[in-house]
Each structure stands twice: as structure tokens, then as C-alpha cells.
Design a binder for this molecule. Structure first.
Ligand SMILES: Cc1cc2nc3c(=O)[nH]c(=O)nc-3n(C[C@H](O)[C@H](O)[C@H](O)COP(=O)(O)OP(=O)(O)OC[C@H]3O[C@@H](n4cnc5c(N)ncnc54)[C@H](O)[C@@H]3O)c2cc1C
Length: 500
């Protein structure tokens, strides 16, 4: 069924079957000659192979390969390049826009799941395959007494995560996942293999990869700096029950959280605030240190929050803290299978210089508390910046990641009523509405300085909006490097830089 839809879609796109069939056959021949055993739409396992995490956005690659070495990735890229077919990597497959399948139908998808090895040296440097998952990476590091900064979902792939950012509870202390990359093993658009590529070998390429990797190469191994695993981590939540807060008081809770994050939270403290359907609000913290230190650090936040919350404070070891922030999910992917969702999300990054105002937050909560929707939605904002944030300690010269002066990073996310298909259009409108309710009152003050996080990619943005929100002033340099490193635009698989 999927295979048939794919053929129909391509016929509609290209208008004539013959050149398409010839190109597909040529791709198949090229990949087979390289020993890559491609899966195409006629293969019995095609449908399951191309099933996206976000069921809302299905795309149909022309062929899928599962290379087991960097040389095999290079051979596949050369096939795509020679035949003018877009080439795209799939790491963990968790792109919000299913970009691991390509931006449009007909791409060559290079699935990196066979390249999942994780090796930790005695000096603590970690070599993580482009197809590894975050949970498996954390476990392998933990076994050597090491840790690094990354997001909370164990199933997310390091491939996309480290390509565009990588934010988690320890990012204010250790920087984003991509801030800790010391070298790349990467295949470039013409199939060139670069192993152990450092900034001193090619500063421009390294800068571009660190924040925009999918437009410049396929990373087969990330080489990371890691940190000594903390002995204790305090994980806490402060929850207001459903319906307890008016929109005015909810805005005060948010403001207290934002002000504390900006002025008082040390870098060892990760902070988030969640808002859920049913009108509940939860602030959460993760702190590297002892309970006594935590109590001192968190006191100013607690004294500024309106009453009525219940608290939970747990003292955990490092790996226990990762399980806790993952909602109790197992960290290992071994013998387990991933779930799927059907959703739309928008991301917002709020500049440190112009935090959210009470008026904007009241408008936001008013919208959330009064707008009917069948979706299952949530909102999350994390403190990126503030006192001593090591995300903001880096300049724009350090990487092509564009957001080094943001206070908050967040997302507004709505799943379909049963988390499966179909996705009602009112759910999408609901997210657009909440984004507008929060941002419209701020647009004048921001004057274009707000941003969006590429790892929470929003495929409804126009090209110009995407340029401004994801890359801002970094875009012109990226566009000129794209022309140098990928002149024929081989890597055009979604959220791609266009050479200029
Ligand atoms: C449930 C869930 C929880 C999440 N939690 C967090 C979080 O806590 N913090 C956070 O920062 N983000 C989070 N994210 C966002 C996540 O970081 C991004 O979706 C990320 O891009 C997924 O990477 P992937 O490899 O799994 O996805 P894929 O779909 O495989 O890839 C995403 C993009 O990266 C490209 N890509 C993948 N691998 C490579 C590679 N090796 N080389 C070059 N390009 C590559 C793909 O072509 C695609 O464009 C979450 C996402 C989900 C779905």
C-alpha cells in the first residue's frame, strides 16, 4: 500500500514514469554494485522500514541502505551524487518533521542504525556512532564513570540531536551536546571521507557541521569530550494541580521561574516548566550536587512561587536521574521497541535581553485555559541562559548553532486525540494559536531577536522564517560554505541550507 502510494506520488511529482523508473533502476544498480542491498518500494519490508516516528509526516525514499562502515556510506553518497538524487541520513529517526526520510519523496536514505558503537577511552573521550541512541550512549558512558550533556528521551538518535544542538538537564553546566564535539568522522557530498576531522584541520567545515551537520555531511562517528559522572543528582518537581491556577496566577508562576532562571540559578541547575492539558503547571529541576546544596540553591525560587504546589525531591545517582527525567523509561534500546506519535509542534527561543512579560504570559494562559481542542497537548520551556550558563558562554564563532543569547528554549506540542492517525486540522491550528497568543504581544520588543530550535523543527515555516528563526545572522556564512562543500546540493533533505 505504501509502496503504491510512493509510486503514485512520484508519478505525480515527475509527470512521467520512464525517467523515474530509469533513475530508480540506476540507483538500485549503483547501490547493489557497492554491495549495499538497497530496500526499495517493491521490497516487502519497505513499509516498516520507512515508518516515521511522527506518523503525521510520511515520506517515501527511493531507496534505503544500511551501511556498516564509513566506506559504505561514502559509496552510497557517491551513487546519490552521480544520479542527482537527494541523500539523507537517518540516525534515530526522531525528527519532528520526519526529515530522516528526506524533505520530499524520492531521496536516498542512508540509515545509520548499524553504526551504533560507543567506545569510551581511558582519557574519557567518547566515540559514538552516528546511529547510536541517547540512552545507550548514557549507559555506555556511565559504565566508565563518565557522563555528558544530552536530551531526556532515550530513543532519540545522537545523529540528529548532536547535529542541531542537544539540550538536557546538564546543558547549562556542560554546554549543548554539540558543544562537546571534538572531532567528526564524516562523509562529504562528493563521497570524500574525513576521519577525526577537527577545527584545526578545517575551521570552516567544522564550524558548519557543529549546528548544521545534515546540510554538510553524514556523520558516522561523533568524538566527544565527556565529564566525570556526578555522584548525586537531585531531581525535583513542584506541581500545581489541574485547574488550581487562574491565568493571572499561572503567569506569575512562569515569571517567578523565568526570573529565578535568569538571575539566581547556578550552572549546575537544569530547570524546566511544563504546562499540560487539564490546566496543570509543573516546574522541574535537576541539580548536580548534594541535597543540602540544592535546598540552598532552590530556596529563592520556592519563596517566589505562589503557594498551592506539591513537591517531590529525590536524591539519585547519575543514571537514576536520567531515568527519572525520562519518565521512568528504560535507557537501553536492547530488546525494546520505540513508540510512535502523531503530532505537530512549534518551538520558541526567548532572548535573554527581552524575557516574556506578564501581559504576554497572561494572554498565553488565557488561550490555553479557554480554547477547546481534541488534542493532547503540552508546553515545555527550559532555562538555556541565565547566570553562568555554559550554553551562552560560547560565541557565534564557536559553532553555527545560532542561539547563544537566549534565556528560554521551548516547544508547544499537540498529539492527536489517540496519538495515531488521523491528525485533526484543529490540533494544528491549536498549536499555531498558542504560539501566536504568546508571541504576538512580544514581537515589537523582540524586533526579530527571538528564535526557534532546529531539533524541534517546524515544517510549516516558510524558508525565510526558517532562516531567521533557526540561523539568524549565521545564515549568510552557512550559505557560502554550502556552495563550497556541497555545490550540487546533494544534502537537501529538510532544514537544509541553500548555497549562495
Ligand atoms: C520524544 C522526543 C524527545 C526529545 N527530547 C529532546 C530533548 O530532551 N532535548 C533536545 O535537545 N531534543 C529533543 N528532541 C529532539 C531531537 O533532538 C531531534 O528530533 C533530533 O534531531 C532527532 O535526532 P534523530 O537522529 O533521532 O532523528 P533523525 O530523524 O534520524 O534525524 C534528524 C535530522 O538529522 C539528520 N541526521 C541524523 N543523523 C545524522 C548524521 N549522523 N549525520 C548527519 N545528519 C544526520 C537527518 O537527516 C535529519 O535531518 C526530542 C525528540 C523527540 C521525538
Amino acid at each position: 500500500m505504501l509502496a503504491l502510494s510512493y509510486m503514485l506520488a512520484l508519478l505525480l511529482t515527475l509527470g512521467a514514469a520512464s525517467p523515474l523508473e530509469k533513475r530508480s533502476q540506476a540507483l538500485d544498480d549503483c547501490l547493489s554494485a557497492a554491495g549495499l542491498s538497497p530496500i526499495s518500494s517493491s521490497s516487502s519490508d519497505y513499509s516498516s522500514t520507512v515508518l516515521p516516528f511522527n506518523l503525521r509526516l510520511q515520506r517515501f525514499p527511493a531507496a534505503v541502505v544500511f551501511p556498516k562502515s564509513i566506506e559504505a556510506v561514502s559509496s552510497a553518497v557517491k551513487c546519490g551524487n552521480e544520479l542527482g538524487i537527494a541523500v539523507v541520513a537517518r540516525g534515530g529517526g526522531h525528527s519532528y518533521a520526519s526529515y530522516g526520510l528526506g524533505a520530499t519523496n524520492g531521496a536516498l536514505m542512508i540509515d545509520l542504525s548499524s553504526l551504533h558503537s560507543i567506545v569510551v577511552d581511558s582519557d574519557g573521550q567518547a566515540h559514538v556512532g552516528g546511529g547510536a541512541r541517547l540512552g545507550d550512549t548514557a549507559l555506555a558512558l556511565n559504565a566508565k564513570g563518565r557522563a555528558m550533556s544530552h536530551g531526556v528521551c532515550p530513543w532519540v538518535g545522537i545523529g540528529g540531536h548532536a547535529a542541531f544542538g542537544g539540550y538536557g538537564p546538564s546543558s547549562r553546566k556542560w554546554g549543548l551536546t554539540l558543544d562537546n564535539i571534538v572531532a567528526y568522522d564524516v562523509v562529504l557530498a562528493d563521497g570524500t571521507i574525513k576521519q577525526g576531522l577537527t577545527a584545526s584541520e578545517d575551521a570552516d567545515l567544522f564550524w558548519a557541521l557543529r549546528g548544521s551537520a545534515p546540510s554538510f555531511g553524514i556523520v558516522t562517528t561523533y568524538h566527544f569530550r565527556t565529564y566525570q559522572r556526578p555522584s548525586t543528582v537531585i531531581v525535583s518537581t513542584y506541581s500545581y494541580p489541574a485547574g488550581a491556577l487562574s491565568s493571572t496566577t499561572a503567569a506569575q508562576v512562569f515569571l517567578a521561574f523565568q526570573t529565578f532562571g535568569k538571575t539566581k540559578a547556578p550552572s549546575a541547575l537544569g530547570l524546566k516548566i511544563n504546562i499540560f492539558k487539564g490546566k496543570s503547571v509543573l516546574a522541574g529541576a535537576s541539580f548536580q550536587g548534594s541535597r543540602a546544596e540544592y535546598d540552598q540553591v532552590i530556596a529563592p525560587l520556592l519563596s517566589s512561587l505562589p503557594g498551592g504546589y506539591t513537591s517531590s525531591v529525590k536524591t539519585l545517582d547519575w543514571i537514576g536521574s536520567l531515568k527519572e527525567v525520562a519518565g521512568g523509561q528504560p535507557l537501553s534500546s536492547q530488546g525494546a521497541s520505540d513508540y510512535h506519535d502523531t503530532f505537530f509542534a512549534k518551538s520558541l527561543m526567548v532572548p535573554s535581553a527581552t524575557p516574556l512579560t506578564q501581559a504576554a504570559l497572561e494572554a498565553f494562559f488565557n488561550y490555553l485555559w479557554t480554547t477547546a481542542t481534541s488534542s493532547n497537548w503540552f508546553v515545555e520551556f527550559d532555562i538555556y541562559g541565565g547566570l553562568g550558563s555554559n550554553i551562552n558562554a560560547r560565541s557565534l564563532v564557536y559553532s553555527s548553532f545560532a542561539h547563544r543569547a537566549m534565556l528560554l528554549g521551548g516547544q508547544m506540542y499537540a498529539s492527536s486525540p489517540n496519538y495515531g492517525l488521523p491528525y485533526p486540522s484543529d490540533n494544528l491550528n491549536f498549536v499555531q494559536g498558542m504560539y501566536a497568543a504568546l508571541t504576538n504581544p512580544m514581537l515589537g520588543a523582540w524586533a526579530g531577536t527571538q528564535g526557534a530550535y532546529a531539533n524541534y523543527v517546524d515544517p510549516t515555516l516558510t524558508k525565510d522564517e526558517a532562516k531567521a528563526l533557526y540561523w539568524g545572522s549565521q545564515y549568510p556564512r552557512l550559505a557560502s560554505l554550502k556552495k563550497r562543500y556541497d555545490p550540487t546540493n546533494v544534502f537537501r533533505g529538510g532544514l537544509a541550507i541553500v548555497g549562495a
